[in-house]
Design a protein around this ligand. Structure first.
Ligand SMILES: Cc1cc2nc3c(=O)[nH]c(=O)nc-3n(C[C@H](O)[C@H](O)[C@H](O)COP(=O)(O)OP(=O)(O)OC[C@H]3O[C@@H](n4cnc5c(N)ncnc54)[C@H](O)[C@@H]3O)c2cc1C
Length: 423
């Protein structure tokens, strides 16, 4: 066992949140260690980025590297019905101007490696294959983390902890935070990489396609080099994994029952066995204590339908780093007000998505979503949210409120044409 010198900040997890927080803190002159249980590059799901995330990638100083990494540009998103009867396409440039005209579709193994290497280049000490197991000896000024590394146990002494451990949510339970579900029923996502999937032409080649059907939805994310990430999200009770059905069987059944997806996948070849993960939205009651801040998925998980996860992870990480720098420069812990204010800000971003996610899963809401009133300029407001704008102005908030009101009305009065395949 070794006892390392005291670090300013120990970060649990080297995904996008951990790497972004590490880069920011190192730039600010803090002594930072990132502890990551896997060896990078490692597979991760969550490949579609949002243009508002570009600002954060610029802020942490990795944007140039990303621009030169050969990822496929994503100029927008399209939503369709599984039977192909409806299509609604959004272009980021039309709604957010040329500064946010595109983002990227990324293979996460490569993207996460790029971010973690960037954190290293900014001065972070990174230990891969090092799992953090417990938090001990918490005093007002410091804590110790017990880790299992490649060469045995390691003890890390630190003044601050950033939990960036993703959905495994390392610290929340350990420090007694209450975990709240923000979704009624459990879902499962089954996904894989394919070659030979149909692609749009021109600038729409990089669009993510979301195909909604009665039971769930598909994503099709085109990646550089001809690969496409394809996944289906289903209610867990309908998927039948627990009753012994194989992933291939469940996936194929969903493909076969959706003409549009079946046509796009015709002749495509799967590159590796399908994978599955639970997809259940929840969040902790608080995201900060005086010395521990929760970032990204470790604070809470937002349904992935609008591809907001990586952007929210980067955004919360950059904010957490700001809070730590401010407090540690004055040689103090976070005040109760700061803990509250960090939680409130990050929760607010998540909530921007929660309401529109509910509309997407609700049949009536989706019917309106596929026919938003151009007269009220609602598509522009939705488009900006889809681009990652978590701070809508007054008019956007008003238009989104009208949109949600129309979604509720649609249940009783026909405001938008019905979509029969969803019934
Ligand atoms: C089905 C699905 C589809 C998605 N699609 C998208 C999408 O298209 N676009 C998008 O933006 N987001 C998407 N997401 C969400 C996205 O994957 C996450 O929001 C994002 O990866 C969060 O980043 P993070 O850094 O918080 O966590 P992660 O990326 O999960 O990184 C956490 C890291 O912590 C490490 N770790 C965990 N526990 C420990 C420990 N005890 N000790 C040391 N290391 C540890 C892990 O190995 C991991 O590397 C999707 C999610 C799902 C489930």
């Amino acid at each position: 066992m070794s006892l390392a010198p005291i670090y300013d900040v120990a970060i649990v997890g080297g995904g996008p949140a951990g790497a972004a927080a590490g880069a920011q803190l190192s730039k600010a002159g803090k002594r930072v260690i990132i502890l990551e249980k896997e060896a990078f590059p490692r597979f991760s799901i969550g490949e579609s980025l949002l243009p508002c995330g570009n600002d954060l990638l610029r802020e942490i100083g990795v944007w140039e590297k990303l621009e030169n990494a050969g990822f496929l540009r994503k100029y927008g998103a399209e939503f369709c019905t599984g039977d192909g009867s409806r299509l609604q396409r959004f272009w980021f440039g039309q709604n957010m101007g040329t500064s946010h005209e595109y983002s990227y579709q990324v293979e996460r193994a490569h993207f996460d490696q790029l971010l973690l290497d960037h954190a290293r280049s900014q001065g972070c000490e990174v230990h891969e294959q090092t799992r953090v197991e417990t938090i001990d000896h918490q005093t007002a000024e410091s804590m110790t983390l017990q880790c299992a590394g490649l060469n045995g146990a390691i003890t890390i002494k630190t003044r601050w902890i950033i939990d960036a451990s993703g959905r495994s949510a390392f610290s929340g339970g350990k420090i007694g935070l209450h975990r709240r579900s923000t979704q009624k029923s459990r879902r499962v996502a089954i996904f894989g990489h394919f070659e030979g999937v149909f692609r749009n032409g021109g600038k729409a080649e990089g669009h993510i396609t979301i195909a909604r059907f009665a039971k769930g939805w598909f994503w099709l994310i085109p990646l550089a080099g001809g690969r496409t990430s394809v996944g289906v999200v289903l209610p867990s009770k309908d998927a039948g994994i627990s009753s012994g059905r194989g992933l291939e069987e469940i996936f194929q059944e969903a493909v076969d029952s959706n003409d549009e997806v079946r046509t796009r996948l015709h002749g495509a070849k799967i590159m590796a066995p399908l994978r599955a993960t639970g997809d259940y939205s929840w969040k902790f009651s608080r995201f900060a204590t005086p010395r521990i801040l929760l970032t990204g998925d470790a604070a809470g998980f937002v349904d992935p339908i609008f591809s907001s996860g990586v952007m929210l992870a980067l955004k919360s990480a950059v904010l957490a780093a700001e809070y730590i720098v401010r407090a540690s420069d004055s040689d103090r812990s976070l005040t109760r007000w700061e803990c509250f204010s960090y939680t409130r800000e990050v929760t607010g971003w998540m909530q921007q998505y929660s309401q529109i996610i509910r509309s997407f899963y609700d049949r009536a809401g989706f019917e309106v979503f596929m026919n938003p009133s151009p007269f009220l300029q609602i598509p522009g407001s939705i488009g900006r949210l889809l681009g990652g704008n978590t701070h809508p102005g007054f008019l956007d908030r008003l238009r989104l409120a009208v949109f949600h009101f129309i979604c509720t009305l649609q249940r009783f009065v026909r405001m938008a044409p019905p979509i029969h395949s969803l019934r």
